[in-house]
Design a protein around this ligand. Sequence first.
Ligand SMILES: *Cc1c(COP(=O)(O)O)cnc(C)c1O
Length: 239
Amino acid sequence: MIGAQTFENIRIIRGRISHAAIRAGRRPEDIKLIAVTKTVGIQQIKEAIDSGLKIFGESKVQEAQKKVTSDELRVMNNGIEWHLIGHLQKNKTKTAVELFEMIHSIDSPELAEIIDEHAEKTGKTQKILLQVKLSDEVNKYGILKDNLFQVTKKISKMKNLSIKGLMTIPPFFENPENARPYFNELRALRDKAETMGFNLPDLSMGMTNDFEVAIEEGATMVRIGTAIFGERKNCPKEA
Ligand SMILES: *Cc1c(COP(=O)(O)O)cnc(C)c1O
């Protein structure tokens, strides 16, 4: 009955997303659920697709490639989007442009530039989010907030990229209320950037432990793995 469990988990998460949205005076349909499938097998991903999920997030290019190109998923791939949510190494950018509808983890103009080149060759406009580092954890990637507007300006000139918004990963807290200031800060940075003329509709923030707080603070995309697929095995905490 594993399939029934995935189905039930997704139903519960959808309900919690709706409640959080309504509590915040927002429309539930304005929040996209990204099912994070790192370490999750094909069978469970199929069940999630059967449950109506459309957007899947992976943190590693190679792992994503295996799944996206697998026979079982290729045939179901109609209308399915894959998003890269983990750190992107420069030598994997070509494959990333081929695989992903959106890349959430742009953390430098240099990385953006390489992606821009691959997108141009592919004839694609690559949707991206700028990952912002708001904590001082050494093991996290992201653009420092003091550099954000300058970097946004630089990347916005790259012709084959479309910046859709910002992404952040706050530190893990047992109490999700402790993550609120980080989500609030990301939204404030976005709002400030918009007064400067940038259009950044999307805020990718919130995971299993804190997505409701993130929605209250304006998240338009929540990235949820554990609450849908169960605990990951042998998986150290990712940056
Ligand atoms: C693993 C991961 C998630 C999902 O985390 P859960 O706590 O399992 O929901 C979300 N975002 C990123 C960047 C991740 O690496």
